[in-house]
Design a protein around this ligand. Structure first.
Ligand SMILES: NC(=O)C1=CN([C@@H]2O[C@H](COP(=O)(O)OP(=O)(O)OC[C@H]3O[C@@H](n4cnc5c(N)ncnc54)[C@H](OP(=O)(O)O)[C@@H]3O)[C@@H](O)[C@H]2O)C=CC1
Ligand SMILES: O=C(CO)[C@H](O)[C@H](O)COP(=O)(O)O
Length: 425
C-alpha cells in the first residue's frame, strides 16, 4: 500500500453498522482508517468507498498497521458484536495504542461492561467512551442518532466529527450530545431500544385491532397509517408500516405482509431494559408486555397446537360478528395508539431518571428527546412535545403529569375505552 498521510480516526468492525458509519465519516470529509477481523470486509468497504465517490477511506488487514495509520491522540470506534468480541478487539488494538489514545464502543453494550473497560484501559493510559448508535444501516450511512457517554476528554477529541456525522434536524440541530459519565451512553441507548420494542408492539396491536375487528384490507390499512403519519403519530415506524402494506409478494399472489411469519426474536437490549425496571423498582408495563409478546411470538409451533386444542373445544372466533363503523374505529385506534405511546415513553423516561439519580449521572431528559428526533429508529414528531415538557419543567416527575400530556390523555380516554370494548368483544 502506498504511503499516505495519517488519518483523523479509525473504525474497527465492518459489518452493517461499522461499514456504513465509516463511509459516512469519510463522506463528511474526515480521512478514516478501517479494520476488520475478517479481511474480506475491509476490501469490500474500500471498494464501496471508491464507488460512492472516492471517499478518503483506507483499509488495513493488520491491527498494528491500522493503529499506526491514525494521527495522535488516536481515536478508534469499534462496531463489533457486544460482549467478548469487544474485549478481544480492545486487546488486539491496545497492544499498539499509546497513552492519551481513545477507544469508543459504538455497539449495543451492557453499560456495566463499559464501566469495567473504562477502568481497565485507564490503567494503560487510554480513554474510553460507550456510544449507543441508532438508525440501522441507513442511519449509520446518512446520519444516525448517537449517545456517547464516558470520558468527556475523549468526547471533545471527536466532537467535530460526531456533530457532522449525526442526523441533522432543521429546528433542533445534530442528533448527538455528550450524555454523561461512565456507562450512561449505553444505558440511554438500551432504554431507547426498550422504547423501540414498546412502539413496535403498540403498532402491531393497532394493526391487529384494525385487521381482526375492523376487517380492514391492506389498501385500507395503508391509507389509515399514511393518514396517521401526517399528524401527531408522524414517525419513522408508522411510515415504514404504511409502506409495507403496499408491497406485493414478488414470489406469489397477494401482499407480502400476509406471508410474513408472525415470529420474532431479539438481541437483548429490550430484556435488559425490563431487568433494569425490576432492579430500579420502576413500573414499565408497556415495555414489559412488548418483551413478553416477543417471547410468545417465538413459540409459533406451540401457538398453532394451542389454537387447534381451543378450537376443537368450542372456542370460536369471537370477533367475527361485531358491527364496526370503520371510520370511527380507525380514528379511535389512532387516539388509543397515541395515548399508549405517551405512557410507554413516560416509562422509558422514568427508567432513565431513576438510573441517573442512582448513579449521579445528571442526565438531561429533554436533551435526550432532542437527539432522538432524527436518525434513530424511534424518531418522531412526538419527541418535540417531550422536549417541550422537560423545557417547561426539567424535574417533571412523570411525563403523564405534564399539563399538556395530561390533557392529551384525558382527551383520548373515551376513544381508548371504546377500542378496549371492541377488542373485548
Ligand atoms: N445492525 C443494526 O441495525 C444495529 C446494530 N447495533 C449494534 O452495533 C454493533 C454492530 O452491529 P452490526 O454491524 O449489526 O454487527 P454484528 O453485531 O453482526 O457484529 C459483526 C461484527 O463483529 C465482529 N466480530 C464478531 N466477533 C468478533 C470477535 N470475536 N473478534 C473481533 N471481531 C468480532 C465481526 O467481525 P468478523 O467479520 O470478523 O466476523 C463483525 O465485524 C452491535 O453491538 C449491534 O448490537 C446498533 C444499532 C443498530
Ligand atoms: O439497536 C437497534 C436500533 O436502535 C437495532 O434495531 C437492534 O438491532 C435491535 O435489535 P432487537 O430488536 O433484535 O433487540
Amino acid at each position: 500500500m502506498a504511503q499516505q498521510p495519517l488519518t483523523r480516526i479509525g473504525l474497527a468492525g465492518l459489518a452493517v453498522m461499522g461499514q456504513n458509519l465509516a463511509l459516512n465519516i469519510a463522506d463528511k470529509g474526515f480521512p478514516i482508517s478501517v479494520y476488520n477481523r475478517t479481511t474480506s470486509k475491509v476490501d469490500e468497504t474500500v471498494e464501496r468507498a471508491k464507488e460512492e465517490g472516492n471517499l478518503p477511506l483506507y483499509g488495513f488487514h493488520d491491527p498494528e498497521a491500522f493503529v499506526k495509520s491514525i494521527q495522535k491522540p488516536r481515536v478508534i470506534i469499534m462496531l463489533v458484536k457486544a460482549g467478548a468480541p469487544v474485549d478481544q478487539t480492545i486487546k488486539a488494538l491496545s497492544a499498539y495504542l499509546e497513552k492519551g489514545d481513545c477507544i469508543i464502543d459504538g455497539g449495543n453494550e451492557w453499560y456495566e461492561n463499559t464501566e469495567r473497560r473504562e477502568k481497565e484501559v485507564a490503567e494503560l493510559g487510554l480513554l474510553y467512551l460507550g456510544m449507543g448508535v441508532s438508525g440501522g444501516e441507513e442511519g449509520a450511512r446518512r446520519g444516525p442518532s448517537m449517545m456517547p457517554g464516558g470520558s468527556i476528554e475523549a468526547y471533545k477529541y471527536i466532537e467535530d466529527i460526531l456533530l457532522k456525522v449525526a442526523a441533522q434536524v432543521p429546528d433542533s440541530g445534530p442528533c448527538v450530545t455528550y450524555i454523561g459519565k461512565g456507562g450512561s451512553g449505553n444505558f440511554v441507548k438500551m432504554i431507547h431500544n426498550g422504547i423501540e420494542y414498546g412502539d413496535m408492539q403498540l403498532i402491531a396491536e393497532a394493526y391487529d385491532v384494525l385487521k381482526s375487528v375492523g376487517k380492514l384490507t391492506n389498501e385500507e390499512l395503508q391509507s389509515a397509517f399514511t393518514e396517521w403519519n401526517k399528524g401527531e403519530l408522524l414517525s419513522f415506524l408508522i411510515e415504514i408500516t404504511a409502506d409495507i402494506f403496499g408491497i406485493k409478494d414478488d414470489k406469489g399472489d397477494g401482499y407480502l405482509v400476509d406471508k410474513v411469519l408472525d415470529k420474532t426474536g431479539m438481541k437483548g437490549t429490550g430484556k435488559w431494559t425490563v431487568q433494569q425496571a425490576a432492579e430500579l423498582s420502576v413500573a414499565a408495563p408497556t415495555i414489559e408486555a412488548s418483551l413478553d409478546a416477543r417471547f410468545l411470538s417465538g413459540l409459533k409451533d406451540e401457538r398453532v397446537e394451542a389454537a387447534k386444542i381451543f378450537k376443537s373445544g368450542g372456542f370460536s372466533d369471537i370477533l367475527t360478528d361485531q358491527h364496526v363503523d370503520k371510520k370511527q374505529l380507525i380514528d379511535d385506534v389512532r387516539k388509543a395508539l397515541y395515548a399508549a405511546k405517551i405512557c410507554s415513553y413516560a416509562q422509558g423516561m422514568n427508567l432513565i431518571r431513576a438510573k441517573s439519580v442512582e448513579k449521579g449521572w445528571g442526565l438531561e431528559l429533554g436533551e435526550l428527546a432532542r437527539i432522538w428526533k432524527g436518525g434513530c429508529i424511534i424518531r418522531a414528531i412526538f419527541l418535540d412535545r417531550i422536549k417541550q415538557a422537560y423545557d417547561r419543567n426539567a424535574n417533571l416527575a412523570n411525563l403523564l403529569v405534564d399539563p399538556e400530556f395530561a390533557k392529551e390523555i384525558i382527551d383520548r380516554q373515551s376513544a381508548w375505552r371504546r377500542v378496549k370494548g371492541k377488542v373485548a368483544g
